[in-house]
Design a protein around this ligand. Structure first.
Ligand SMILES: Cc1cc2nc3c(=O)[nH]c(=O)nc-3n(C[C@H](O)[C@H](O)[C@H](O)COP(=O)(O)OP(=O)(O)OC[C@H]3O[C@@H](n4cnc5c(N)ncnc54)[C@H](O)[C@@H]3O)c2cc1C
Length: 453
């Protein structure tokens, strides 16, 4: 008999971590409860858009939540949405944006599920003012591993609530959530773009904008860096456009694409196209072709989720895949950003994509990623990383500066660094053990980083 019969091949979005597993995809609460009660080791999976092994099992069954995806109610007056956790952000926006309501936090892709957005407590480009996704969750229902369903909110089992926000699917299965949406005048964004000549100048512009962002949750800011040229960059500022800003012929809400996820494209053979000279040439062209435009009007989702137009991005890194390493450091540790870039360039592992964003205050979630300061994300060809020693030395730099890695994207971090990076890990573990006393919920990430011990 084929030992793989009935198993499904899964990977993270970066295609570096792979597992074969039994996958179940129930749609009703009853079926979900039955499955959870009958399964001894369970890994919860949303759209599978975490880059590494967060939604992969080490052992046991995978619970795919994408069939549990109905919008249950939407209060058009107050902007309160109640939705099942397997619905994608794109599917939510397709319903609510034409009515003038948007999710207040959008990560670089809207092809993720509401459950995945809560479990990773995702952030957008407006974090200093808007905070992270979990801050807009009014309540959620959590299916615990004993089959009981609990309602959690900031006032009702707040430890369970904040332990689940950013809890990487290890406290229970999020079934439903109520989310406070933000009202917008139009479905367009107004973008201002400017070019910077060095890392120092880029960070200076970002800091100035951080002060504005703290007062304005609608101000989205991101910098792209040319890692080959000492961090010269392009800084984008976006705001939802007001009705009065639109040219007359433009409809207030552009047609919204539905929640369909594109078919995944097979990885290119060998190293793909991500080789140093090609990356350097593309980065240089991108910088040169990005002249400052005073204002440009774009569909809001195109402006905020640019990576949704690049579904084939991981395939371009070839068979070995792509590692996105994302970390946060406090404001005063801005030197670390330059040190990391220099280290990568010296070791000839120049990133294919480098972005920096401002972060503001985090949530009460002990495993939530954002801390006030900077976050940098670098997309690296996995084939250049060998046994991961170099990124582990980056981890030492980050931890030494009081920073942390983003668990939703990690595949390389030394587990010994996690307690320093997440100093409230023990508090979270107590909540996790209370909610899942038999230790049924697990993942490859949890085991690799020893999150549950
Ligand atoms: C192109 C791209 C851009 C991105 N940009 C950003 C960004 O700007 N900001 C940011 O913060 N993140 C970003 N991410 C990361 C992504 O938002 C997170 O990894 C997110 O968690 C993925 O959601 P998912 O539905 O795909 O969940 P999965 O990847 O399937 O799972 C992620 C985690 O959520 C848990 N989980 C999923 N559903 C449930 C549920 N119903 N109940 C309990 N746990 C659950 C899983 O166990 C796992 O731990 C980006 C990812 C991509 C691919």
């Amino acid at each position: 008999m084929n030992p793989d019969e009935g198993l499904v091949a899964l990977s993270g979005w970066g295609r570096t971590a792979h597992r074969k597993a039994v996958v179940r995809r129930p749609s009703s609460d009853n079926d979900l409860v039955g499955l959870v009660q009958a399964t001894s080791r369970l890994t919860v999976r949303g759209a599978g858009k975490s880059y590494g092994d967060a939604a992969l099992p080490e052992h046991g069954t995978v619970l795919d939540m994408t069939a549990h995806n109905r919008i249950l109610s939407f209060d058009q007056g107050k902007g309160i949405l109640v939705v099942e956790a397997g619905a994608t952000l794109n599917a939510v926006l397709a319903q609510t944006l034409p009515l003038g309501w948007v999710l207040p936090v959008l990560p670089g892709t809207a092809h993720i599920t509401v459950g995945g957005a809560i479990a990773s407590d995702v952030h957008g480009k407006n974090h200093p003012g808007a905070g992270s996704f979990g801050q807009h969750v009014l309540w959620m229902s959590l299916l615990r591993s004993d089959g009981s369903i609990h309602r959690l909110s900031a006032g009702q089992d707040s430890d369970g609530f904040w332990g689940t926000i950013g809890g990487m699917g290890l406290t229970g299965v999020i079934l439903q959530a109520a989310i406070q949406l933000q009202q917008v005048d139009t479905g367009w964004a107004s973008r201002r773009r400017r070019r910077t000549g060095s890392l120092k100048e880029t960070l200076g512009v970002l800091r100035e904008l951080a002060a504005e962002q703290e007062l304005d949750p609608e101000l989205h800011v991101v910098a792209w860096l040319d890692a080959h040229q000492a961090g010269r960059g392009v800084v984008d500022e976006c705001r939802p456009a007001r009705y009065r800003d639109l040219p007359r012929a433009v409809p207030p809400f552009p047609e919204q694409r539905g929640g369909s996820v594109r078919r995944s494209i097979r990885s290119l053979p060998g190293p793909g196209v991500m080789v140093r000279p090609a990356i350097a040439a593309a980065s240089s062209a991108r910088w040169k072709l990005s002249p400052a435009k005073e204002r440009q009007l774009l569909p809001l989702t195109t402006a905020l989720c640019p990576l949704d137009r690049a579904g084939s991005w991981p395939a371009a890194f070839g068979r070995a895949g792509l590692v996105q390493y994302q970390f946060a450091v406090p404001v005063e540790a801005s030197d670390v950003l330059g040190q990391v870039l220099r280290l990568l360039v010296e070791r000839r592992t120049t990133p294919a994509l480098t972005t920096v964003k401002n972060l503001g205050y985090g949530t009460a979630g002990p495993l939530s990623f954002p801390i006030p300061g900077w976050t940098m994300a670098v997309d690296l060809p996995a084939r250049r990383l060998g046994d991961g020693t170099m990124l582990r030395s980056v981890g030492d730099l980050v931890a030494g500066a009081g920073g942390r890695v983003y668990l939703a994207k990690d595949v390389v971090t030394d587990p010994a660094l996690i307690p320093a990076m997440y100093p409230r890990l023990e508090t979270w573990r107590r909540t996790q053990r209370r909610l899942d006393p038999d230790g049924r919920l697990t993942s490859a990430l949890a085991q690799r980083l020893e999150l549950l011990s």
